[in-house]
Design a protein around this ligand. Structure first.
Ligand SMILES: O=C(O)[C@@H](CO)OP(=O)(O)O
Length: 251
């Protein structure tokens, strides 16, 4: 297999919800100061390593949009066409959104929290339409088919709504020779990676994505991965992955 295309994926920088260890999902949390710095650092790394892009894709959540903008600042490519879609949003965390992950582990147990966070097909408890956190109340989802607004999602649900966007919008861009950058979220990217790497439902459980660390996928002509790597040292990546995994511990 030889590399024909390079795709760069990045999870947004640390958000204020990540900082406070709260389940975030579709809540539109902003970047924290650390998250801003992480995104700037990632932009500098891409610049130093000579990465250039022709198009970018992101979600409709500001932590991913702002991360992308900070990369554009560093790469001096503000002109880049940017396509935003709710289909790249974070996995919807249902009624858990806004709750502290460690506190939730203390109440329900670490195993239950790990199941909610990482099982492939068990969704967290649903959010009611009457709840003030219901996404249907937000302007950004006004034009969306209201029946598509999730009450909660497991990773399988997330994959099912992300892949149509991959096939319809991202694949044609890659195949037309455009250098693609995707700024998204821990779980929307885990879903995409599961698909690209053909990972089993069990294997994906232990995959955690660090904030704002560029992940390069080299793809062959059929868009199958030839290799993938983070633009960061192995130690840095391992520490950042462990940090994400440990967020669900009771502590
Ligand atoms: O809270 C969330 O929305 C996600 C990403 O921050 O968290 P987790 O890693 O627990 O799936």
């Amino acid at each position: 297999m030889t590399t024909k295309y390079k795709l760069v994926l990045i999870r947004h920088g640390e958000s204020v919800y990540n900082q406070q260890n709260l389940f975030c999902g579709w809540h539109d949390a902003d970047l924290s100061e650390t998250g801003i710095n992480e995104a700037v650092k990632a932009g500098k790394t891409l610049k130093e390593q000579g990465y250039e892009f022709d198009i970018a894709f992101t979600s409709v959540l500001k932590r991913a949009i702002k991360t992308l903008y900070l990369l554009q600042e560093e790469l001096d490519c503000h002109w880049l066409p940017v396509v935003r879609s709710w289909r790249l949003n974070e996995r919807h965390y249902g009624a858990l959104q806004g709750y502290n992950k460690s506190e939730t582990a203390k109440t329900y147990g670490e195993d239950q929290v790990k199941q909610w966070r990482r099982s492939y097909d068990i969704p967290p408890p649903k959010l009611e339409k009457t709840d003030s956190r219901w996404a249907g109340k937000e302007a950004k989802y006004e034009h969306m088919d209201q029946g598509m607004i999730p009450a909660s999602e497991c990773l399988k649900d997330t994959v099912e709504r992300t892949l149509p966007f991959w096939y319809d919008s991202i694949v044609p861009a890659i195949k037309s020779g455009k250098r693609v950058l995707i700024s998204a979220h821990g779980n929307s990217l885990r879903g995409l990676i599961k698909y690209l790497d053909n990972m089993s439902d069990l294997a994906i459980i232990d995959k955690n994505i660090p904030t704002a660390m560029p992940l390069v996928y080299e793809l062959d002509e059929n868009l199958r991965p030839v290799k993938d790597y983070y633009l960061g040292s192995a130690e840095e990546v391992a520490a950042a992955e462990a940090k994400v995994a440990n967020q669900g511990k009771a502590k």
